[in-house]
Design a protein around this ligand. Structure first.
Ligand SMILES: Nc1ncnc2c1ncn2[C@@H]1O[C@H](COP(=O)(O)OP(=O)(O)OP(=O)(O)O)[C@@H](O)[C@H]1O
Length: 595
């Protein structure tokens, strides 16, 4: 029995078009991609029936003062029933459920709507290869359509005719049409002709160089230069069974920011340009390459402007990651010159790769450069000249200790960069005969030579007086022996000590809560930053004998703030004030002798 309360959904076509143009498709030129796609799918469908070579011809012509864009293909065409079934029902596609479904690019049944973004009406003249009768279908943005017989189309195939809306005229200019056809269709396996009132030209007619197995490296690099405008260092093939992916990766000739920018590639789906975003398809550390790849079976999203991040994509990514690794391994035996250039320019990425792959780590480890207190050094020199290799994962610590550690004969790696500490941990596991040791400023301090204060009244008084002066800055003073001898004082503070200093400074502010802050510092905590004076330094030695308290104070303040600056520590307002004041007073004093 029929349900009286049952109704059928209505579709507001205008709303649908708005949705497509504003939210699904990124630009109005997408209609060119959709028309090319339909043309090629129609030709593919015909290939199963006869051997005719497929062709797409685009006409740009003025008829009765009206600009017309005509996309014509010699594909399978549509019967009258199919016109009603597929062209006139949104979301209905002849390519879904077909045994050859995987051969077609389209499948959602919405692509044609993109034409209504730029044209008020779509006219489709079509003649099916199966039922030899010409049909003219006219669809409008208000959701109505008409179908009638036509003699306009003589052979099997389809012709889509668009008249530009006023606001989109610029998209229908010859150069614009040409540019967009090449942008989306330059790798399509079909001849594409452009015929205008001025003449005709073939835009696409051969296999792109990056898909030709016999193409030379020179040709491939030349293609990369043309497309990306970059003189790449080298190139290698990308191939994966999962997703049926094939293409080329180009090595950037200069350093690129480690921003994870994956948006400067060319990704094709069944040879139709899809997007520039390779996220999910290539490994995260691969931003030192640009790639051009085609996939025949990874799945696009409905906007057809990115790939779906599904299991197949993950499998493809794993296979493509292997291509990177194989290429680098291959270079170790075929072209170490290129390899060392790649490592020199892109060592950050190579390190990330080595963290992931033990085999590669073993191959590359000696080539890998590290930033040390003695400049850039590769691992081979590091391990040849040092029994112990020190490293520090904090840039602040590295800045602080690099000079002093060097003078003590230690080599320290700055491992504050991404992947660096992970890499060191991995090297420790993989190459056990190399000794690594993490080092902090405190370790350096512990290694300074002790000075017996009680033996010398000058030393004793010096430490007392400097401690008194520095108390107000939450810093303690110690007399030590260390090299280099020309460094009068070094400020040493670990994170906790700095934290204590900051809390103490804040507690002096007028904020009503600030007085409670010192309670957060552990009471028994002796962990304050330390200013180590170098007992054997000339200025310090002179300072032992300075009796004048004004002069003593000024010099200690200058040495304190200078040590802060040298260590790369922040200098607060109070510290800056005493520093400036001391300098000012000393300058006045110095000048007075010459007046
Ligand atoms: N040039 C053509 N030749 C033959 N049939 C066509 C042509 N263009 C469109 N069609 C028919 O119209 C249907 C709808 O086309 P439309 O572009 O809207 O969607 P689709 O190509 O099926 O999928 P998608 O939305 O993924 O592009 C197609 O499935 C096809 O049957």
């Amino acid at each position: 029995m029929e349900d009286k309360n049952k109704y059928v959904f209505q579709v507001n076509l205008k709303g649908m078009i708005e949705l497509l143009s504003e939210h699904i498709y990124s630009a109005p030129n997408i209609f060119i991609r959709e028309l090319l796609q339909n043309g090629i799918d129609a030709v593919t469908a015909r290939k199963n029936i006869d051997e005719l070579e497929g062709e797409i011809t685009v006409y740009l012509t003025t008829q009765k003062n009206q600009l017309k864009l005509i996309f014509e293909d010699n594909g399978i065409g549509l019967t009258e029933e199919e016109v009603h079934q597929f062209l006139s029902v949104i979301g209905q596609s002849s390519k879904r459920g077909d045994i050859d479904e995987k051969d077609f690019i389209g499948k959602f049944g919405i692509g044609m709507l993109s034409c209504l973004v730029v044209s008020d009406e779509i006219i489709v003249e079509t003649r099916s290869l199966i039922k030899n009768k010409g049909i003219c279908w006219r669809g409008k943005a208000d959701g109505t359509y008409t179908v009638e017989a036509t003699e306009n189309i003589e052979k099997a195939g389809t012709r889509v005719i668009l008249t530009p809306k006023k606001e989109w005229r610029s998209l229908f200019k010859e150069e614009e049409i040409k540019k967009n056809i090449l942008y989306f269709g330059d790798a399509l396996p079909i001849q594409i002709n452009l015929i205008t009132d001025k003449g005709s030209e073939i835009l696409v007619n051969k296999e792109p160089v990056w898909l030709r197995p016999e193409a030379s490296k020179k040709e491939i690099l030349e293609y990369g230069r043309k497309v990306f405008g970059i003189n790449f260092l080298d190139s290698f093939k990308l191939e994966s069974n999962a997703g049926d992916v094939k293409g080329i990766a180009y090595i950037m000739p200069y350093k690129v920011q480690f921003t994870g920018n994956t948006k400067q590639n060319k990704i094709y789906l069944k040879r139709m340009f899809l997007c520039e975003e390779a996220k999910g398809l290539l490994p995260e550390w691969s931003t030192f390459v640009r790639c051009v790849v085609n996939t025949n079976s990874l799945r696009p999203t409905a906007s057809r402007e990115s790939l779906m991040n599904d299991k197949l994509m993950v499998d493809a990514k794993n296979e493509l990651t292997l291509c990177f690794k194989d290429y680098l391994k291959y270079l170790t035996v075929t072209d170490t010159e290129i390899l060392s250039q790649i490592i020199k320019i892109h060592h950050l990425y190579i390190k990330a790769l080595a963290v992931e792959d033990t085999e590669l780590l073993k191959i590359f480890v000696d080539f890998i450069p590290f930033e040390t207190n003695k400049g850039m050094m590769n691992f081979l020199s590091l391990r040849t000249y040092n029994d112990i290799i020190y490293y520090t994962p904090s840039l602040d610590d590295f800045r602080q200790i690099r000079r002093i550690a060097g003078s003590q004969g230690k080599t320290i790696i700055n491992s504050a960069y991404s992947f660096e500490t992970d890499l060191i941990e991995k090297i420790k596991l993989t190459i056990p005969d190399v000794t690594f040791k993490k080092i902090t400023p405190q370790d350096i301090l512990d290694n300074f030579g002790e000075v017996k204060i009680s033996d010398n009244q000058y030393y004793k008084r010096f430490e007392e007086k400097t401690n008194q002066l520095l108390q107000g800055f939450y810093c303690k003073a110690q007399l030590k022996e260390f090299s280099p001898i020309d460094t009068p004082a070094i400020y040493v503070a670990n994170d906790e000590a700095m934290n204590n200093k900051n809390i103490q400074s804040l507690s002096n502010l007028t904020n009503p809560f600030s007085s409670t802050l010192p309670n957060f510092v552990k009471k028994e905590n002796e962990n304050l930053p330390t200013l180590c004076f170098n007992k054997d330094n000339e200025i310090v030695q002179k300072l032992f004998q300075v009796e004048d308290s004004f002069m003593f104070e000024a010099i200690v303040h200058i040495m304190y703030v200078q040590a802060l600056m040298l260590g790369g520590y922040p200098v607060n307002k109070k510290e800056m004030e005493v520093f400036n004041n001391a300098l000012y007073q000393l300058m006045i004093l110095g000048m007075s002798d010459f007046i």
